[in-house]
Design a protein around this ligand. Sequence first.
Ligand code: SF4
Ligand code: SF4
Ligand code: SF4
Length: 269
Amino acid sequence: MANSSKNRRKVHVEGIGRKAELLMRGFMRLPLVNRWHPWLKESKTDMRWLPINQDIDMPGDAPMPVDLLHRLIDEASHRVIMDYCGCRKGWKCKDYPHEIGCLLMGDSALEAQRFPFREVGPEEAHEHVRKAVAAGLVPIVGKARADNFIFKIKDRHRLLTVCFCCECCCVTRFASYAPLQYLEPTFTVLDGISVTVDADKCKGCGKCVKRCYIGAVEVDGRKATISEYCRACGRCAITCPTGAIEVKITDPDFLEKAHEQIRSYVQYD
Ligand code: SF4
Ligand code: SF4
Ligand code: SF4
């Protein structure tokens, strides 16, 4: 991986969207904001991307990353889904379904307000995940303090969030303005996962740069490089027309470790 990214996201939208972008960029730049604002404090937020189940080089018969979600669904005390996605509605998403929204789990999920959530059984929750992944959405799972605020739920560490993220509208794209020291502890990369570019196969087309909403890819000298900002979502790999980007999981226990981390952080069962 490259050591840094010079090419992180620039504010490019117009109108009211531009104001929101500038606001979030300014927020991320406030002095020591990760020490005092709950949304960025590592004791209050711990989320991780599960790369989409395509083109992942896996060790042996290790489970696919999305299997972690199915396990969490089976263990959860309650599951609550939203049949529309506020981000995609709000930003008038053209590429992904508006009717697939967040999945909340744990006792606190039942307290969700402001939006029309409904409690579902495990089968319906599994189906929600399958539909989201089939639509090309990337799950982000863990505890997000921002959701306690957004859904008016008291933070008792009993709310597990799953966002089905699109690169164009998901609120998490504002992480592209965050410095690395904010990202590392709060938006953690899965254990034992790597994303690399095969320079011989790369044609420098830049499609991966456009697809990476975190601003972790740049093309320099007609070759793509990936910086340490990469959160291993896998989008660039499925976008690359020449198959130059490889998502590889080397640790056969990656899922077990992620599961343990989530369990130790938030009570959802
Ligand atoms: S957090 Fe994700 S699933 Fe939830 S409303 Fe935003 S984009 Fe949709
Ligand atoms: S999409 Fe593939 S070929 Fe194009 S710049 Fe990125 S890695 Fe290279
Ligand atoms: S570089 Fe690729 S895998 Fe890494 S965050 Fe960007 S799109 Fe996702």
